[in-house]
Design a protein around this ligand. Structure first.
Ligand SMILES: Cc1ncc(COP(=O)(O)O)c(C=O)c1O
Length: 370
């Protein structure tokens, strides 16, 4: 019997992919971002479903993540979006991963590693336009592009950048980033370089900045059914892919003045019925939800009482008299007429839905269905 598990709705994933494609201008293709175990949903299953529905490129953050996908039999192009270390280059080449490179030492190292194996490999150059993280500065691009003449083992397949404020309140900074990116594209064109894959857009940019679509877009969070767009932007029609469920393990009735959980942060003010749930912070259910969040039982909200433990959480079901041991509990998802989304949990814990979803731990089984 599964007591705590995440149900992953593959039909919802396909629905979200379809919605994303509706925004695309021209012939832009989709690079599905499935890093961090596909934001907690299971990279292998997400990849297989997305590829079956026409996704041509998959984005991971590391050689380790890319290699795991190859070992699971995925043959689609995999782009490593995060940094790569020299020691990982043989693995990357062996697994036919396409690397994003944004610094000169790494470009030289990759060129050498490929040449030693007699390979000509695709590479995506990353330009730093305002994220303040990885990438060549626009100023150094002429030198970088000139150096490529000495690297016949590298084929510039892509040029990319990452937008830092696509879901921000104003558009000025994003427009400035896109202008800088255009400037870089012109530098390439002046040297006769026309990489087929030009990409900049994350989920928010797909909705808000059609000029950022170029030939490839990189949605992550919207694939999984969430967005972080400001209220002024019409919301996309998305379906959350993950439902996180648990089961009432124990019920206890307590007298007023009884304290619940570590450090007595909750003391019952009335005769109460407390349900014990087998999920805790070791499963990614944040301790910051202590005395703050709620779950759904019989379609009603049951408030979390006391501190969340490593493996257990207590909720007050005094106002849900039908609650019984063995009843299903919704942590993330809907029941009856109510819904608790990863975005609401993010509000309760002062974070973003990304962190809530990525945080669901490996101990929680993922069950795939539709
Ligand atoms: C380089 C890059 N591209 C695309 C994405 C996807 O972003 P989002 O989940 O906001 O669509 C990410 C996620 O952090 C990223 O790091």
């Amino acid at each position: 019997m599964l007591t705590t598990y995440a149900h992953i709705d593959l039909a919802a994933l396909v629905h979200n992919l379809t919605q994303i494609r509706r925004y695309l201008s021209g012939n832009a293709a989709v690079l599905a971002v499935i890093k961090a175990n596909a934001y907690g949903h299971g990279a292998e299953e997400m990849a297989k479903t997305l590829v079956r529905h026409g996704v041509s490129h998959l984005g991971v953050v590391s050689v380790t993540e890319g290699r795991a996908l190859r070992e699971s039999g995925i043959t689609t192009d995999i782009i490593v979006l995060g940094p790569t270390f020299d020691e990982q280059l043989p693995d990357a080449l062996h697994s036919r991963l396409t690397l994003v490179v944004g610094d000169r030492p790494r470009l030289t190292a990759l060129a050498r590693a490929a040449a030693e194996k007699g390979l000509s490999v695709p590479v995506h150059l990353k330009v730093e336009t305002g994220m303040g993280r990885l990438g060549f500065s626009v100023d150094e691009m002429p030198v970088v592009l000139d150096s490529l003449r000495n690297h016949s083992s590298l084929r510039v397949e892509g040029l990319m950048t990452h937008l830092s404020d696509a879901d921000g309140k104003t558009s000025d900074y994003t427009e400035q980033q896109l202008a800088t990116f255009h400037q870089t594209l012109e530098l390439l064109a002046a040297r006769g370089l026309h990489p087929p894959l030009i990409h900049a857009a994350n989920s928010a940019a797909i909705v808000r900045y059609p000029t950022s679509h170029f030939s490839l877009v990189r949605p992550g969070i919207m694939l999984y059914g969430y967005h972080t767009l400001p209220g002024s932007v019409p919301a996309p029609s998305l379906k959350p892919v993950m439902t996180l469920r648990t089961t009432i393990a124990h019920l206890r009735t307590v007298k007023p003045e009884t304290s619940i959980s570590y450090n007595r942060t909750f003391v019952a003010a009335r005769p109460s019925t407390i349900a014990v749930l087998p999920i805790g912070y070791a499963d990614g259910y944040s301790r910051r939800l202590s005395n703050r969040g709620a779950v759904l039982i019989h379609g009603q909200r049951a408030p979390i009482v006391g501190t969340i433990c490593m493996d257990m959480t207590m909720v007050d079901v005094t106002d849900i008299p039908a609650a019984q041991v063995g009843d299903q509990v919704i942590i993330i998802g809907h029941q009856g007429r109510d819904t608790i989304g990863a975005d609401e949990i993010a509000e309760w814990t002062a974070t973003i839905p990304y962190e809530v979803l990525c945080g669901i731990g490996p101990r929680v089984p993922r069950i795939y269905g539709s």
